[in-house]
Design a protein around this ligand. Structure first.
Ligand code: 13P
Length: 254
């Protein structure tokens, strides 16, 4: 289908200048797939400078942006400010933001629009909680999250974004979705997007996130609708992250 794999590292509230240096070294030989790195906002500028000489397929992004571009919002960071210090991508709607910071799907839709206005490529995170899955509501939850973006931003939005399916129960638990579970939801997501924008549904990259490691990455990436990963814990170890990138590269070459 010709979708280039993308492996993204979400450091969450972790990282250091030392980890920035390790990434800069590891990714200096252009990996044959796309690698986007999301350090804490305070490290974005440092990492972006280190990546300056890197190939265009290596990008730095922010883990969150505010719903407004500028103004009296002490402590917030906007898409415009992120762009100003070298970010070219932004995560929006991570479940940790939705759960701990009460972000609504409407708020996530506004952030998606903000990111696109500032020419940052958004990775829109979606995913159900364990109760939703147990109650057979997983698809409905994910559809509501995507529908909010679709109605706020228009159907053209799907040409310009990446979606990460991260089931909340798989994040940081050590229990990844099975390849079958992940493929099933990725396929559902692609079909949802197809109903809004058919050409975009073929090109859009759908990432899986939730306890990805070098042992499960190979089988996950071999699924037809899984185009890469959003990696949390394993991205804090440069060798583990490198192994996952390698699995995605091999999977693409098969
Ligand atoms: P883990 O890889 O630690 O499960 O985290 C996944 C995640 O939340 C990435 O955004």
């Amino acid at each position: 289908m010709g979708r280039r794999p993308l492996v993204a590292a979400n450091w969450k509230l972790n990282g250091s200048i030392g980890l920035c240096k390790q990434y800069a070294e590891k990714l200096s030989n252009a990996p044959q797939i796309d690698c986007w790195v999301f350090p804490s906002a305070v490290h974005v500028s440092t990492l972006a400078k280190m990546f300056k000489e890197s190939a265009a397929n290596v990008r730095v992004g922010v883990q969150n942006i505010y719903t407004e571009p500028t103004g009296a919002f002490t402590g917030e960071n906007s898409a415009e400010l992120a762009r100003d210090v070298g970010a070219t991508t932004a995560i929006v709607g991570h479940s940790e933001r939705r759960i701990h910071f009460m972000e609504s799907s409407q708020g996530v839709a506004h952030k998606t629009a903000q990111a696109l206005d500032a020419e940052l490529t958004p990775i829109i995170c979606v995913g159900e909680q364990l109760d939703d899955r147990d109650e057979g509501q997983a698809e409905e939850v994910v559809e509501e999250q995507l529908e909010a973006v679709n109605s706020h931003c228009s159907t053209a939005v799907w040409q310009h974004v990446t979606v990460a399916y991260e089931p909340v129960w798989a994040i940081g638990s050590g229990i990844a979705a099975t390849p079958e579970q992940a493929q099933e939801m990725h396929n559902r997501i692609r079909v949802m997007i197809k109903n809004w924008n058919e050409p975009a549904s073929k090109a859009i990259r759908l990432l899986y996130g939730g306890s990805v490691n070098s042992r499960n990455a190979g089988e996950l990436i071999s699924q037809p609708d899984i185009d890469g990963f959003l990696v949390g814990g394993a991205s804090l170890d440069i060798d583990s992250f490198g192994d996952i990138v390698e699995q995605a590269r091999i999977g693409d070459a098969l």
